[in-house]
Design a protein around this ligand. Sequence first.
Ligand SMILES: Nc1nc2c(c(=O)[nH]1)N[C@H]1C(S)=C(S)[C@@H](COP(=O)(O)OP(=O)(O)OC[C@H]3O[C@@H](n4cnc5c(=O)[nH]c(N)nc54)[C@H](O)[C@@H]3O)O[C@H]1N2
Ligand SMILES: Nc1nc2c(c(=O)[nH]1)N[C@H]1C(S)=C(S)[C@@H](COP(=O)(O)OP(=O)(O)OC[C@H]3O[C@@H](n4cnc5c(=O)[nH]c(N)nc54)[C@H](O)[C@@H]3O)O[C@H]1N2
Ligand SMILES: [Mo]
Length: 778
Amino acid sequence: MNAPTTSPDRPDTPSKPHSAHWGVFSAAWKDGVLNVQPHPRDPDPNPLIQNFTNALDHPVRVTAPMVRRGWLERGPGPDASRGRDGYVQVGWDEALDLLAAELQRVKNAHGAQAVFGGSYGWSSAGRFHHAQSQVHRFLNTALGGYVRSVNSYSAGASAVILPHVLGSMDDVARRNVTWEQIVAHTDVVLAFGGMALKNSRVASGGISRHIERESMRQAAARGCRFINISPLASDFPLDAHAEWVQAVPGTDVALMLALVHELVINDWHDKAFLAEFCEGWDEFEAYLLGRVDGHAKNAGWASALCGLPASKIVEMARRLPGKRVLVTVAHSLQRAEHGEQPVWMAAVLAAALGQLGLPGGGYAYALGTLAHYGKRSNAVPVASLPQGVNGVKDFIPVARIADMLLHPGQPFDYNGKRMRYPHIRLAYWAGGNPFHHHQDLKRLTQAFATLDTFVVHEIGWTATARHADIVLPCTMTLEREDIGGAPTDPLLVAMHRIAAPNGQARDDYDIFADLSERLGARAAFTEGRNSGEWLRHLYEKTRAALQEKGLDAPSFDAFWERGELVLPQQDDDGGILRAFRNDPAGKPLPTPSGKVQISSETIAGFGYADCPGHPAWLPPRYAPTARHPLYLVANQPATRLHSQFDFGAHSVSQKRQGREVCTLHPQDAAARGIAEGDIVRLFNERGACLASAALSTGIMQGVAQLPTGAWYDPVHDADGNVTLCGHGNPNILTRDVGTSSLAQGCSGQLTTIQIERHDGVLPAIRTFEAPQPLRIST
Ligand SMILES: Nc1nc2c(c(=O)[nH]1)N[C@H]1C(S)=C(S)[C@@H](COP(=O)(O)OP(=O)(O)OC[C@H]3O[C@@H](n4cnc5c(=O)[nH]c(N)nc54)[C@H](O)[C@@H]3O)O[C@H]1N2
Ligand SMILES: Nc1nc2c(c(=O)[nH]1)N[C@H]1C(S)=C(S)[C@@H](COP(=O)(O)OP(=O)(O)OC[C@H]3O[C@@H](n4cnc5c(=O)[nH]c(N)nc54)[C@H](O)[C@@H]3O)O[C@H]1N2
Ligand SMILES: [Mo]
C-alpha cells in the first residue's frame, strides 16, 4: 500500500535543525511536503534521513490510546490471542486510569520484581525524550523499580568477554584506534565482517559528519590495504579498494587460529610482546600447535572449515609481519553461536603480531560497525536524563527475554553465576521493538502470551504494539524539542519541533508524568519540571563544563537560536591500550593480570564447555544440513535503522512487490529455478517468510542474505497458527539460543535455511495499515 507523500493541512514552515541516529538535518514544510536536507557540512550524508518525509502523517501511526479487547473484557491474564485480537479505542484518562490501577495491582500482589522494564531498543536520538531513560525513571520513581536487562543485542557476547581479557567495551571499541590514525599509519586492515558504510553511518544519539568513506579513500590512496573477510563484497565501499576474502560464515576463529599458527611456525610472532604484555600464551600455544588434542590449527586444518585454500591462508599470514596491522571484528561475528570466541581470538592475533597499542595498529573491536567508533571523545558531557534508583536486583541478559517469560523460576548460567529467571506478570516497552530485535518470533509470541499485561508506547503499529494489551500513542522525534548529542560527536544539536503531534499522540514524558500522578509520585518523577524546563536543566551540565574550560558557553536560548554548538574534543591518545604499552607497570589493563589475557583462569574456572579458558575453535551445533543447506545472514538493513520507519519513503522505495529483498548467488538460484525478482520462500524448522530474490556474484555461494527490519506481517491459518511472514522478517527463521553460558548474547546473525520459488498466492502486505478500532469507548 502507498503512503501519502503530502500533508495538505501542514502549514509552510522555515527550515529548522533536527537530528536522528543516522544524521543531522534540517526540515521544512512547503506546500504540504516535508523537505529534509542533510547538514551542509556532512561530507557523505545518510539517505536514511529521507525516511522522515512521509512518516509524520502515515496511516500506520498510532493516533489514539487503544486497549486490546480480550484484556478489556476478561481483565489481565495470560492470553494466546495476543497478536490476533482486536482493539477498543479509549480516551487518555480511561487508558491511564486502567494502566495505573494495573501497575498498582501487580505491585501489591507480586512486587516490583514482577514488572519487566528492560524495554530494550534504540528509540530516538534526543537525549531527554530517550524513551528507555524515561520508562526506567518512571518505574524507579513511581513503582520502586523493575527487572532490568543487561548488555545489548549489538554486543551481547563482546560486552562480557572483553572485560575478562582486555578492558571494557567502551575502552576497546570507542576510545581506541581512530580513523585519523588509520589514514596516517595503517598498512593492513584485516576486517573480519568488513566495514560496511551502511553501518558506520549510524550512531546512537546522532552523527553530524560521515567521515568513514573519505578516510578509507585516503588510507587506500596512501597504500593501506583493506581486507574484507566476509560473505558479502558490499561490506566495504568501492572507495576502500578492499580485497574480498570469502570464508564460510561462522568460521572466522579457525581462520584466525591458522594465521597465528603460520606466524608461530615461521617464528614471526612477537615473542617479546607476548612475554611482557600478555598472560597465558603458553597454554594457548599448546592448543594452537595441537599438543592438547593432536590437531595443529594450521592452514590445512582451517582450509577444510572455512573453505579457503590453505595457500591463501598462508599468503594472508605472510603479508602481516613487520607491517602496521589493525585487526577489526564486526559486531555481527559475535551475534552468533560461540560469539565470544572471534572477539577474544582477534585480540590474540593482534597480540601475536605485537601491534596492540600502536597508532593505527593492534585491535579495534567493532571499528566500522557504528559511527561511534574510531572517533575522538568529547571533552565535555552531553545531556542525559537521570534514571533514579532501581530497588529490584533481578536482571536478565537482554536476549533471554523469551526464556525468562516461558520458564519463570528456572536456573540459567551467566558470566560465572548461576541465576534464576524471575516471574514476570507485566512488561512495559517504550522505544524498542522486540518483534524486530528478537529471534524465533513464533516462540516470542508464546512468551508474550504468558503475561498478565503488556504495555507499549509507540509511534506506529509495529508487531510489538499489535501484541500489546495497552497501546499508548507517543510523539515521534519531529514532533518534539530535544537536545541531540553523542559522546563521540562534536556537534550538539538543538532539535527543533518540525510538526505538531499527529492525532492524540503525547510525549512519553507527559504520559509518564500523568501516570506518576495517579501513582502518587508526580513530584518524584518530574522534579517539578516540564519538558522545556528539563532541556534547560540538562543543557546546563554541558554549559558549565564549557565555561570551566574557558570556552564559548552560550546560554540555552543562544544555543537554541544558533541550532547547534561545536564541542571540544579530547586528544587522539590511543586510550588504555596505548597507555598500557607505554607504561605496563604504571597503567596496567583492568584484567586480573593487568595484562592481555591470552588465556583466562577466571573463565576456565567457570567450567563452561561452550566457552573454555582460551579462545578456541568450537564446532557449530547448528551447521547447514541437507534439508537446510544454506547459511542465512540476517544483517542490518541498508535502508533504515532496524525496523524504524520501515514505512518511510526511502525504505519502501527499495522493496520489491512490497517485500524485502533477499540476495543469493546466481548458482544457488539456478539450482533452485529462481530468477531475478522472483518471490521466494525462505524456510527452516522454525518458520518461513517471503522475499524478492536478487541475484548477485557479490555474495558467497552457499549463503543467502536477508536484512532485518521488515515489519513482521504474520499470515495465520484457519487454526490461528502462523504459516509465514509475508513481508520478509528474518527473525521468524533465526534461533533463540544464547551465544554461550558466559554471555548469553543474541545469536541472531546466522541461521540455516532452504529457499524455494514461491508460486502460490501472494499474501497482501497489511503491516503498514493500522488496525481499525472495534469500537470507541466514551
Ligand atoms: N536476526 C537479527 N536480529 C537482530 C539483529 C541482527 O543483526 N540480526 N540486530 C540486533 C541489534 S544489533 C539491535 S541494536 C536490535 C535493534 O532493535 P530495536 O532497537 O528494538 O529496533 P528499532 O526498530 O530501532 O526499535 C525502536 C522502536 O522505538 C520506536 N520509537 C522511536 N521513537 C520513539 C519514541 O520517541 N518513543 C517511543 N515510545 N518509541 C519510539 C520505533 O517506532 C521502533 O519501533 O535488533 C537486533 N536484532
Ligand atoms: N543502516 C543501518 N546501519 C546500522 C544499523 C541498521 O539497522 N541500519 N544498526 C546499527 C547497530 S544497532 C549495530 S549494533 C551495528 C551492527 O553492526 P554489525 O552487527 O557488524 O552489522 P551487520 O550488518 O549485521 O553485519 C556486518 C556484516 O558481517 C558479515 N557477516 C555476518 N556473519 C559473518 C561471519 O560469520 N563472518 C564474517 N567474517 N562476516 C560475517 C555480513 O556480511 C554483514 O553484512 O550496525 C549499526 N548500523
Ligand atoms: Mo545494535
